[in-house]
Design a protein around this ligand. Structure first.
Ligand SMILES: [Mg+2]
Length: 234
């Protein structure tokens, strides 16, 4: 018999509200500022390499992204990057940290409908202050039984969270836009992993879908989580 679903956890960035789009816009600003020093492809590749290299030091989020842009600007200009450019990059990061929350479609209705029947969690990674700010500004915080901001979304991080909130992984579902961070680690634990693709996905969050897995589901939009959850509960 399939254990009942009791807990539904949601990723935040690009699952509940827009995020990656703002990183892309900032990267456009970065590329425009450094257009005289290197071709666009090269700039993008160098920045991505810096982000990958720095993840273990700075973690996920805007602050690490800004430091990686600055480092790439210094490298690509042979240490001649004007201070004005550095200031623009810092300002671009601050703009991102102040950007108002822009909820994705169907989010609020879905969460309100689910909150009566399930324990709801947010599980997100990124800069701590920024993630706290976004949850507060979303106005959705009260619908959740817990908000977990982690440094990385590993299977063991999820395992600890589910245990802390009084559920076994087998009774939990994680919903998110990242196959790599939101779906694959929870499938490994025996939870349901629900992928809601977002049009724009960061290179470092991409992963192939599992071939076939009884607990893997893909939906087109967040609104489909409600009928799916009902179906799984019989
Ligand atoms: Mg996400």
């Amino acid at each position: 018999m399939t254990p009942a679903l009791t807990t539904i956890a949601f990723d935040a960035d690009d699952t509940l509200w827009h995020n990656e789009t703002f990183f892309r816009l900032t990267q456009e600003r970065f590329a425009a500022l450094l257009a005289d020093y290197a071709p666009r492809d090269d700039l993008d590749a160098r920045l991505l390499a810096a982000e990958r290299r720095n993840l273990g030091h700075y973690g996920f989020g805007i602050k690490g992204f800004v430091l990686s842009m600055i480092e790439t600007a210094i490298d690509i200009t042979d240490e001649k990057v004007p201070a004005r450019v550095i200031r623009e990059l810092v300002d671009a990061g601050r703009d991102m940290l102040e950007h108002p929350i822009d909820l994705l479609p169907e989010v609020e209705d879905t969460l309100r409908a689910l909150s009566g029947d399930f324990r709801l969690l947010i599980i997100t990674k990124g800069d701590l202050l920024d993630q706290e700010r976004k949850v507060a500004q979303s106005g959705l915080g009260d619908l959740f039984d817990g908000v977990e901001i982690v440094s990385d979304k590993t299977a063991s991080a999820y395992d600890g969270i589910f245990a802390r909130h009084g559920t076994r992984a087998a009774q939990a579902m994680m919903v998110g836009n990242s196959m790599k961070s939101d779906v694959l680690p929870v499938l490994e634990l025996g939870a349901w992993g629900v992928h809601v693709p977002h049009g724009v996905t960061w290179e470092l969050e991409r992963a192939a879908a599992p071939d076939s897995h009884p607990r893997f589901h893909q939906v087109d939009s967040l609104g489909q989580v409600m009928p799916l959850a009902r179906r799984l509960c019989g």
